[in-house]
Design a protein around this ligand. Structure first.
Ligand SMILES: C[S@@+](CC[C@H](N)C(=O)[O-])C[C@H]1O[C@@H](n2cnc3c(N)ncnc32)[C@H](O)[C@@H]1O
Length: 632
């Protein structure tokens, strides 16, 4: 949803904790007395003392500064301060003060206010992060961006405490990272632009139509991803947000900027992929999943069996970990437990790297019970880190359901809140793909606004309300058209000649396509044994991705008989399943890891220049060591 009544004034929320007073004072010193903006300050305050913050700030601004009271109507040119020991939210322009629900150490008042502000004001919401510890504010900032607002963060080097800022900036969603003194001018510019652009922004949906081909063309050339079959309204909303951020008034001007500045295509791409998500999103649906599906997935399976799950569009990983938690909980009630593998995919590399870390702000306590937090997470420095056992079940990889070959033999596909962004044709084509990827009688878990209505012949409904479906076991595999998107679609290339910089991108595109089609199947493994990337051909040619898990890599890495593999991993190598290295020690083990197929493997460092230094043995199998088959 986008709030499109831009005639409303801007509400700017400032979030701070330790070291927040100084930047707040500096901010208001630079702000004129009648900016036409309302300000709400969410400062972490001692819960059992009155606060002097309104008086202290009152010395630096001519605007009235007051402690927020329940049911106060927010008006421009006024500053409201959160009371101590309270949760502050806003609805229909009214402030609401409530007693905090969370225990003292786990409260996240900045997230609560930012999130309610995002829902209430849409594009007229601005969030500003100032000095502080912890991670409060990060989730709220994501909501502000999702609803079309603007986000700023204090420059790290100017802050007394920067943890809160690092966490916010790591989302990649902050529009401006600035010294506090420069923020008022940027905010005023934004508010003025919203007012003057009011008329233009309203008809953006109409303006965008004649430019769609060019926009898709630039995006595809720059990022390799085709958005031409995503909903126009999704593209228009994100484009509107970028136009606001750049203070551009017409789509035509924006398209010119897009073509001139390659990095603007990256920003639009990032905005298109905002992966708002949280743990157990739609708690009831996850309860139903835990009750109706999870036990069936594990039923009758022994320790040599596998349960294979794919989470499509996993964003920052919360959905994959939620399913992992459900599976672990049930598995711990069984005598024998099959091997659990969760393949979690997305095209947003920033989100995936957060997912792999499995480190989440303390506000996840809102959606994860205390018992689960205790059992599956470690609390450190105001964040929750998913325990290693949980992380090891989930393999996060870059994978587009549109252009990459599908996984197969899956017991469950969870694809929630992704289809809603797709146009009807692509929505229709994705369902046969899911049918193809599932084992007979495998399950499909969709988001609350998604359904299998266009392909009822392929799925039974297990639970209509919670969008749980099951592949019809009797039906043979449906013939799927693949890739779902046509990578050679002529209409995405746009009518204009490509500027130089885009020609380079075209060459990159070509290299990517050639690699995907003719390159070896390959996996990138970090030194700790984590597999962080599977190339498309791993899935297509061997299904190896399904058999290789981090634990297999670890087992291989720690086994004496596969010293070569351990050594290659410890030097941060690139590993590939390219034949014909038949005589490689441990090759038998790797063949098993690859599903018993006749193929061997070869380790190749990604950084050949450093290999000479790191690989002292110059083993014959090490492609990075001057290519010599030397010591064996
Ligand atoms: C709204 S989020 C949904 C997150 C999560 N599934 C949930 O329900 O909470 C949509 C996600 O789909 C991802 N996405 C969009 N297009 C995709 C594609 N072609 N292949 C894989 N992921 C895609 C986006 O990057 C984003 O992370």
């Amino acid at each position: 949803m986008t709030f499109d009544d831009t005639s409303e004034f801007v509400i700017a929320a400032l979030g701070a904790s330790a070291g927040g007073l100084e930047p707040l004072e500096a901010f208001f010193r630079q702000m004129p007395a009648e900016p036409g903006i309302a300000f709400v300050i969410i400062q972490h305050l001692a819960p059992d003392h009155e606060t002097a913050l309104p008086q202290l700030l009152g010395r630096h601004t001519d605007m009235p500064v007051e402690q927020a009271e329940d049911n106060t109507q927010v008006v421009p040119n006024r500053v409201y301060v959160i009371p101590p020991n309270a949760t502050l939210t806003i609805k229909n322009g009214l402030l609401h003060v409530a007693a905090p629900v969370q225990a003292r150490g786990s409260r996240t008042p900045i997230d609560s206010f930012f999130t309610s502000l995002a829902e209430d004001r849409g594009g007229n919401a601005v969030c500003i992060m100032l000095s502080g510890t912890g991670t409060d504010g990060t989730l709220g900032l994501t909501a502000i961006k999702e609803y079309g607002g603007m986000a700023m963060a204090q420059a790290l080097e100017t802050a007394k405490y920067d943890a809160i800022l690092r966490s916010a900036i790591a989302t990649g969603l902050v529009d401006h990272v600035l010294p506090v003194e420069a923020m008022p001018a940027k905010l005023l510019e934004y508010a003025t632009h919203l007012t003057s652009a009011n008329g233009n922004l309203r008809d953006i949906n109409e303006q965008i139509v004649p430019h769609l081909r060019e926009i898709h063309g630039v995006l595809q050339r720059r990022t390799g991803h085709d958005f031409s079959e995503y909903k126009e309204s999704t593209i228009a909303r994100r484009l509107e947000r970028r136009m606001k951020a750049l203070q551009i008034e017409t789509v035509e001007q924006y398209v010119q900027a897009l073509e001139r500045q390659p990095e603007e295509a990256d920003r639009l791409f990032n905005d298109l992929l905002i992966g708002v998500t949280h743990f157990f999103r739609d708690a009831e649906a996850f309860e139903a999943m835990g009750r109706e599906v999870i036990p069936k997935l594990l039923e009758g399976k022994g320790t040599d069996d596998q349960v294979r799950v794919c989470v499509v569009g996993c964003a920052t990983g919360e959905e994959a970990y939620s399913i992992a938690i459900l599976l672990c909980e049930h598995a711990s009630t069984l005598k024998d437990c099959p091997k659990i593998q969760i393949f979690a995919t997305d095209i947003d590399d920033r989100s995936l790297s957060m997912a792999r870390k499995g480190r989440y702000p303390e506000s996840i306590a809102e959606h994860v019970s205390a018992e689960r937090l205790e059992r599956f997470f470690i609390k450190d420095d105001k964040a929750y880190q998913a325990k290693r056992e949980l992380r090891e079940l989930c393999l996060f990889s870059t994978h587009s359901f549109i252009k990459d070959p599908p996984f197969s033999r899956l017991d469950l596909i969870s694809c929630r809140n992704v289809m809603i962004y797709l146009g009807p044709d692509l929505q229709q084509r994705i369902l046969p793909l899911f049918h193809y990827a599932l084992r007979s009688a495998g399950y499909l878990f969709l988001g609350p606004s998604e359904s299998v209505a266009s392909h009822r012949e392929l799925f039974h409904t297990v639970d209509k309300k919670h969008r749980i479906f099951q592949r019809k076991a009797s039906l043979p595999r449906h013939a799927v058209k693949f890739p779902l998107g046509d990578i050679n679609r002529p209409n995405t290339s746009g009518p204009k000649p490509l500027p130089d910089v885009d020609e380079r991108n075209l060459a990159k595109q070509l290299e990517r396509l050639v690699l995907e089609r003719y390159g070896p199947a390959c996996v990138i493994v970090k030194e700790n044994g984590d597999a962080v990337y599977f190339s498309a051909r791993v899935n297509r040619s061997t299904n190896a991705a399904f058999s290789i898990t981090r634990s297999i890599f670890r087992a291989s890495a720690s086994s004496g008989s596969s010293a070569w593999f351990r050594a290659s991993i410890s030097r941060r190598c690139w590993w590939s399943s390219t034949p014909p290295w038949w005589r490689s020690p441990g090759g038998g083990r790797m063949r098993r890891a690859l599903g018993g197929r006749s193929r061997s493997s070869r380790a190749m460092p990604l950084w050949p220049t450093t290999t000479r230094r790191t690989c002292r043995r110059r083993s014959w199998w090490c492609a990075g060591c001057s290519g010599r088959r030397s010591t064996r």
